[in-house]
Design a binder for this molecule. Structure first.
Ligand SMILES: *Cc1c(COP(=O)(O)O)cnc(C)c1O
Length: 488
């Protein structure tokens, strides 16, 4: 029986995976979810003998079940190749405390590459399967890393165009530079005066604006999304939870079949939700520890049942987690309740900035780390283990230590590492040694290489010398006009 997807907000249409990928977001503003989370159709122990691509195929054929074997394998082979700097794709490192799943070996040295290197292939295949011959325009709001990863994924992909909006003052210098130097005839990048939530809300609005959609359809364009609201982003992320588990077994840190915990540095709730899907598909996972920075809306939610986005937005050293409206939480709410409840809650969120939700899932634990704790753990792990954490991973690592101290839970654990420390070199260096506070961000990249005795990752080598190709900055109200001006 085919696996179908439907909106979290009650739209009665059931559609296939490829249709959901093409649409990105449902017409009623909801997100697409599988009608029921399917189970794996292989013995778990088989994962020990699969490389990343083989495992990706076995998992994706279950969740994207209207793709043929040939289609899926072509997508997977196109994505997980030499673009990654290790054939392992997502290697597991070990510290005395835990395993660390490194998801930053792709082209933009952050975990978004795991999904965005395959999304263009999935989207093109979905278009072909569904007879969609208009040009697909990817609209993306980014807190820093999605933008660059999506630009890299879609640059010069025939039949597509990509427009990225980022908060002008809410990303790191390296992140900004990576985006504004993007090449590719079909790429477009603009800074927004506002924070990430402003960008995301404006982009979601453009998506569901009927008049805009019709106007552009006449010109031969159709929108899709590269944000984690697109199920085509989430599905590929399920794979590495299985892959991490296999590596934990091989490392002797857990016996096949026993539970492990994952700690995930969380912003939009996409990564950790993929972990939840992995668990529900049959991966032995006990706790999913949702780690927040000082924008700790999710920590409060998991501890009190109240989601309250009506608070100060704090700019931290982990900008990709500076989010107050975590879109994918809507999917979890749906799985724990129903469409009617979800649309009610989402209306409250838009109207009054908060809602409460009582049905708890014991899988999730909320934790958070302050800026001081984040800097402290970077220094500690570097000094004790010679291993450098990026600021986001550090939030998770420290949250794990807090969780363990509070509960005594000895379950073998994987901290999910979402970025290379080189991407946030300025803050990472300042954490390691105060004398680097205030260092030039690009000088910091070279210095970090010296201090950590690791070479600068190729994607950001000499990045400050690259020419700026995009230097527009607009108000959030101008987003729709900007889109129209780019799509003539
Ligand atoms: C996007 C991102 C996150 C947050 O992931 P979500 O799926 O949005 O929860 C964490 N760390 C880094 C480095 C990221 O780029």
């Amino acid at each position: 029986m085919a696996l179908l997807y439907k909106s979290t907000r009650g739209d009665k249409n059931y559609i296939t995976a490829s249709q959901a990928i093409l649409k990105g977001i449902a017409d009623d503003g909801g997100l697409y979810v599988p009608e029921a989370v399917p189970k794996i159709d292989f013995e778990l122990s088989e994962i020990l003998n699969m490389d990343y691509k083989a495992l990706a195929y076995r998992v994706l054929r279950i969740v994207l079940d209207d793709f043929t074997e040939e289609e899926l394998k072509a997508c997977i082979n196109g994505a997980y190749d030499e673009k990654f700097d290790t054939p392992l794709i997502a290697p597991l490192r070990e510290t005395t405390d835990c395993g660390v799943l490194e998801l930053f070996h792709g082209k933009t040295i952050a975990f978004k590459d795991m999904a965005l290197s395959i999304l263009p292939y999935l989207l093109k295949t979905s278009a072909r399967k569904n007879g969609e011959d208009r040009q697909i325009v990817i609209l993306t709001a980014t807190s820093g890393d999605t933008g660059k990863a999506a630009l890299e994924g879609f640059a010069d992909v025939e039949g597509t165009g990509i427009i990225v909006f980022f908060p002008q003052d809410g990303v790191s210098d390296v992140q900004r530079k990576q985006m504004v130097t993007q090449e590719g005839k079909n790429t477009c990048v603009a800074g927004i005066h506002g924070n990430f939530d402003d960008c995301q809300t404006a982009v979601k609005k453009a998506f569901t604006d009927k008049a805009l959609k019709e106007e552009l359809a006449e010109k031969g364009y159709v929108f899709s999304s590269a944000n984690s609201i697109n199920i085509g982003r989430l599905a590929p992320q399920i794979v590495y939870y299985f892959y991490a588990y296999a590596q934990m077994v091989k490392a002797g840190r857990v016996n096949m079949g026993e539970n492990i915990n994952f700690v995930v540095p969380t912003g939009n709730f996409g990564n950790i939700l993929a972990g939840y899907y992995a668990k529900n598909m049959g991966l032995p996972v006990d706790k999913l520890i949702c780690a927040s920075n000082e924008n700790k809306v999710l920590y409060d939610f998991f501890n009190t049942g109240e989601y309250n986005a009506d608070r100060e937005f704090i700019l931290t050293s982990s900008p990709s987690m500076d989010i107050l409206i975590s879109s994918n939480l809507e999917r979890l709410l749906y799985h724990l309740s129903d469409a009617e409840t979800v649309s009610g809650k989402m209306k409250q969120l838009t109207g009054q900035g908060s809602y409460s939700f009582s049905a708890k899932d014991k899988s999730f634990i909320g934790e958070y780390s302050t800026e001081a704790e984040t800097f402290g753990i970077i220094k500690e792990v570097f000094e004790k283990e010679g291993y450098v954490l990026d600021t986001h991973t550090a939030v998770a690592y420290n949250s794990y230590k807090k969780y363990k101290a509070e509960t005594g839970d000895e379950t073998p654990t994987v901290v999910v590492s979402t970025a290379s420390p080189f991407k946030f070199a300025k803050d990472v260096l300042a954490a390691i040694d105060e004398k680097y506070v205030g260092i030039d961000p690009f000088e910091a990249v070279r210095k970090l290489s010296e201090v950590s005795k690791a070479s600068v990752p190729t994607p950001i080598k000499d990045i400050e010398k690259r020419p700026v190709l995009h230097n527009t900055c607009i108000e959030r109200e101008e987003i729709e006009d900007f889109i129209k001006s780019k799509l003539k």
